[in-house]
Design a protein around this ligand. Structure first.
Ligand code: CO8
Length: 261
């Protein structure tokens, strides 16, 4: 297993647990974190024994308090532009990972932290979670998808409120608004997220990947195109050995045994 400087990666059965591990900086996301996460996600994706991942923050205070402000403070506009700063987040983690992964948000998820959580397939929040896009207070704006994904998740009214006032949203409001799928007590967060991930990892893997892809298509296309894509993807799944097993197992009243093909 690879040892990283800013993240911890453990395999728990078929679930990969990735922990952002810069607790003194409230797990702020710097370029090392991005490079290491990119590597860890690529390994998770390639490892046939792994079916789902969970990402969380170390310590009880923060998931991630944003992009690393100390790394950005000295950087010039030309440098941000020439490095295409933040492009790696979009290219590597979101677009490439086809297996499902969950964000377990255990405290502050601010700026880039909120944006990273929103890249996950869904968010499970502890009662102590706080979401926000406070970039405006630094005289910038979200740069890793906050203005786009938050708006899609919670609608214009709340997204505008959050981005323009920079205020945080607690777990209750976040669940009510559709940003998170469930809230759990802080001391049960990791167990609950690992349990959900374990459940997903035990599903037929091709079906898991295609279900994820199908839901994501809904954000990228018209209803008509989306329904066509859905039907085609459904039909593709019917050509798998796992489909024969899944339906046979149902008829025979026994659990299915998946081959991933
Ligand atoms: N970056 C770097 N260090 C951080 C960050 C951060 N985002 N957040 C916290 N830290 C550090 C603090 O500096 C402090 O370090 P030290 O002990 O060395 O001073 C340590 O973590 C603990 O933090 P606090 O003492 O501030 O803890 P509090 O409990 O008092 O406050 C807060 C917690 C409210 C979370 C507070 O830390 C805070 O407001 N953090 C910043 C939140 C923020 O603004 N996040 C957005 C960052 S910008 C971003 O994510 C996207 C920018 C888009 C730019 C686009 C360019 C193309």
């Amino acid at each position: 297993e690879t040892t990283y400087e800013t993240i911890l990666v453990e395999q728990k059965g078929a679930v990969t647990l990735i922990t952002l591990n810069r607790p003194k900086a409230l797990n702020a996301l710097n370029s090392t974190v991005l490079a290491e996460l990119t590597d860890a996600f690529a390994k998770f994706e390639a490892d046939k024994s792994q079916g789902c991942a969970v990402i969380t923050g170390s310590g009880d205070k923060a998931f991630a308090a944003g992009a690393d402000i100390k790394e950005m403070v000295e950087k010039s506009g030309a440098e941000f532009f020439l490095e295409d700063f933040f492009a790696g987040w979009q290219a590597d983690i979101v677009r490439r990972t086809r297996k499902p992964w969950i964000a377990a948000v255990n405290g502050f998820a601010l700026g880039g932290g909120c944006e990273l959580a929103m890249m996950a397939d869904f968010i499970i929040a502890s009662e102590t979670a706080q979401f926000g896009q406070p970039e405006i207070k630094l005289a910038v704006a979200p740069g890793m998808g906050g203005s786009q994904r938050l708006t899609r998740a919670v609608g214009k009214a709340k997204a505008m409120d959050m981005c323009l006032t920079g205020r945080n949203m607690g777990a209750e409001e976040a669940e009510r608004s559709g940003l998170v799928s469930r809230i759990v007590p802080a001391d049960q967060l990791l167990d609950e997220a690992l349990k959900a991930a374990g459940k997903i990892a035990a599903m037929p893997p091709l079906a898991a990947m295609i279900n994820k892809e199908m839901v994501n298509v809904a954000f990228e296309t018209t209803l008509d195109q989306g329904l066509l894509a859905e039907r085609r993807m459904f039909q593709i799944l019917t050509a798998t050995e796992d489909k024969v097993e899944g339906m046979t197992a149902f008829v025979e009243k026994r659990p299915g045994v998946w081959k991933g093909k």
